[in-house]
Each structure stands twice: as C-alpha cells, then as structure tokens.
Write a protein that binds this ligand. Structure first.
Ligand code: GLU
Length: 411
C-alpha cells in the first residue's frame, strides 16, 4: 500500500463514523497545492548537481499550513502528500490553529558537505518562497533537517520578504528559536506514553520499553521515560540495536552518540541485537521512532509488546494495524503521539509574532497541557464510540476540519 493510500484509508473509516458526504470527503482529501521543483546546486568541486524538491499544502481550513521539511532519499510526491495530510489531522487533534503541509528533497544529506546543504536549502527557498510565509505555510525541521537548516531557510526567505522570523519554526534558540522545541517531539512521546500506561494500569513496577531509532525523537523519548521510572531495555539506530533486560544506561548512550556524529555504532554499553529483533521483544511498550513502515503484515504477528507508540510517522502499516488490533495490542497513533513537535512549533510562532520570549518551564508546562487535553479527548472518543485510539484520533481531527470547512462557506 502506498503512503497516501494508507492515510486515505484511515480518513475513510473516520468519515464513515461521522457520516460525512462524498463531496465533502473529496474536498477534505484533495491537496490545495502540490509542487515539484528543480533544485540545482553547485557542488564544492564546481560540478552542478540537480535534485527534486516538493511542497504539498494539504488543507488550510483551520489556519496557515504547517509541516516539516524532510531531506531523505525516499522522499517522493506520494510520501510528501501523505505526510501533508497527516499534518492536517495532527494539528487538528492538538487543536492548534493550523492546517497541514509537508515538503522534502530527495537526497541523502550525509552525501553533501555543510556548504552544499546550505546552498541546497537556499535554492529550494528560491523556488517556493512565493507561496510560503507566516500566514500561509510554515516549514519546520523533519528527518534530515535541523535548526541550522531552518536558520538558512529564514535568512533566504528574508532576502525576498524582509524581517520574518515566523516564516519557519524549529530555529536555533539564539536566532528566534524556542527553548524546548528540539526536545519537544520526544518529550511529547514520553508524556503521552506515561498517560497511556496510566490508563492501562501499567504504570507501576518500572514498565519495560524498547525504542527503535535514537535520533532527536528516540533519544529525548528515552530520557523522559527514564525520569518517569520506566526501564528502557532496548534502543537502536540504523546501524543496529542494543539490549539489556536490566535497563540501558540511556545517558551513557546519548553521550556516546553525541561524540560519534549522532551514531550509536561502536557503543559497547549493552548486548548487540538487530532492529528486527528489537521490534519483536516482549516489552510493555514498543516505540518505533525512526522511519515509517517498519511493522508490516509480515512481522505484525510476531510483535509481543502490549502497546505500540508511533513516535515515527506511519511506522505501522494499515494491514499490520488490523492484525495488532485483533491481537489486542494497543496502538497509540502517530497523529497524536508525535504531535509535541508541531505543538512547540506553534509556541515558537506565537512567540515570534508577539516578539516575546517564553522560558523553558512555560514551554514544558504548555506542552503538557495541550497534549494532555488531546489525549483525554482521544481516549474519551475511543471509549464512547468503541473504536481504536487511531480511529478515535481521526474522528476528532476529521470532525474539526470538516466543521471549519463548512463554517467557512464556499460562495
Ligand atoms: N516535522 C514535524 C512533524 O512532522 C514537525 C512539524 C512542525 O513543527 O511544523 O510533526
């Protein structure tokens, strides 16, 4: 199943629950705009290299469109379109005044030098600056992009449009960024995992957790959950995994990764295991926090975790989702699980527009507040309608976007 098809599938279930008419479904599903642009740069050796960049603006009924910018070799129009729609539902669930968008360039950023990455970002802005901006569409970091990328993005945008710090979020703290934005996605995953454990009556006795992916999201999730008295028994990155049933020393792993260009490779703090083995460990919570599509119909029957929290976007394929539901494995859906990042982005945008700085404590408090409200709403909907958490999250989101769309009128 293609990525966009999967999102449509979840949407259709929610639309059935809500009794939404076919013509309104079409309106909600069709992206407002999707662009594909050439991004040609001069490499450091003087040669020209050409890449393809995308920006899909899915829906703006609830506000300016919001979503990350991804640099990854697997980026294509179908994936960006799916992720843009996911952002529409994500911003609706946490009830922040945005629509959804997503962008990306099909490139492995590690194959470029720092200066080449900067040129790539600036050339991409040259191609799309006309239809983005603080009131239209606000990019942010995603896989393969960082606060530094956002600083170049802002600087290039400002060459055309003047002072405009709110044109992107996830900027460096020293450059109109928000303290706590970088940790926010992982922290949010942690906050929500603890809420789920509480509701499932499993918060006592150091619940066990396995985390796939140890980038920004996975490492901050691990850190938060250790502080919340969970036992992280396995972690991994693209090179492989580490397992210790007595509990991984997460801070030591983070220190190793920091010294090692973000990678856990060569770490000797725990027994090596493969990424496939990690997914099948007998733990309370499994948190896929890396790429999408890692739990498929092929391995879903081997998943022994009681709960799966989707920190990555779309790690569980729809066919696998059905198998997990039959096996009574609770899946916490990506649309809320990883919404801490965009929620903190919203705080950054608000701060930029008010020219007023928030401290870390306020950011953390407000993040907790927004995510807790969304969690309670999703939980209540799932109980009331007797549907999975994913269906409940989609029902909430689709209802909010449909309502805003209808209220706006179409004359
Ligand atoms: N890239 C993140 C996401 O997919 C954050 C988006 C944002 O902050 O706008 O949710």
């Amino acid at each position: 199943m293609q990525a966009f098809e999967a999102v449509v599938n979840y949407f259709e279930h929610a639309a059935d629950q809500l009794g939404i008419a076919q013509n309104v479904r079409k309106l909600l599903l069709t992206p407002k705009r999707q662009v594909e642009v050439e991004v040609a740069i001069e490499r450091d050796n003087g040669e020209v290299a050409t890449f393809v960049g995308y920006r899909v603006q899915h829906d703006n009924a609830r506000g300016p469109m919001k979503g990350g910018l991804r640099y990854h070799p697997e980026v294509d129009l179908d994936e960006v379109r799916a992720l843009a729609a996911l952002m529409t539902w994500k911003t609706a669930i946490v009830n922040i005044p945005y629509g959804g968008a997503k962008g990306g360039i099909s490139i492995d950023p590690h194959t470029l030098t720092l200066r080449e990455r900067e040129r790539l970002t600036r050339r991409f802005v040259d191609q799309i600056h006309d239809f983005i901006g603080p009131d239209r569409d606000i990019p942010a970091p995603d896989m393969g992009t960082t606060a530094e990328t956002m600083a170049w993005f802002m600087n290039q945008f400002e060459r055309y449009h003047g002072y405009s710090p709110a044109c992107v979020t996830g900027k460096p703290v020293e450059l109109h960024g928000l303290p706590g934005r970088e940790e926010a996605t992982g922290r949010g995953v942690g906050i929500l995992t603890v809420k789920l454990l509480g509701r499932m009556g499993r918060l006592t006795g150091h619940p066990t957790v396995a985390i796939q992916g140890f980038g920004n999201v996975g490492s901050h999730t691990a850190k938060f959950l250790v502080e919340a008295d969970c036992r992280i028994v396995a972690i991994s990155d693209a090179h492989g995994g580490y397992y210790d049933p007595a509990g991984i020393d997460v801070l030591a792993a983070i220190r190793h990764a920091q010294k090692n260009d973000g990678s856990l490779e060569t770490w000797e703090g725990a027994k090596p295991i493969s990424n496939a083995e990690l997914l099948e460990l007998d733990v309370d919570v499994l948190i896929p926090a890396a790429v999408g599509h890692v739990i498929t119909k092929e391995n879903a029957n081997n998943i022994r975790a009681k709960m799966v929290v989707e920190a990555a976007n779309a790690p569980v394929m729809p066919e696998a989702d059905e198998i997990l539901e039959q096996r009574q494995t609770v899946v916490f859906p990506d649309v809320l699980a990883n919404a801490g990042g965009v929620t903190a982005s919203y705080f950054e945008w608000v701060q930029n527009r008010q020219h007023y700085r928030w401290g870390l404590n306020r950011v953390r408090q407000e993040l907790d507040h927004v995510l807790s409200e969304a969690f309670e709403a999703m939980w209540e909907t799932s109980q009331k309608r007797d549907v999975s958490l994913r269906q409940a999250a989609y029902v909430l989101a689709v209802e909010r976007v449909a309502r805003a769309t209808i209220l706006r009128g179409h004359q």
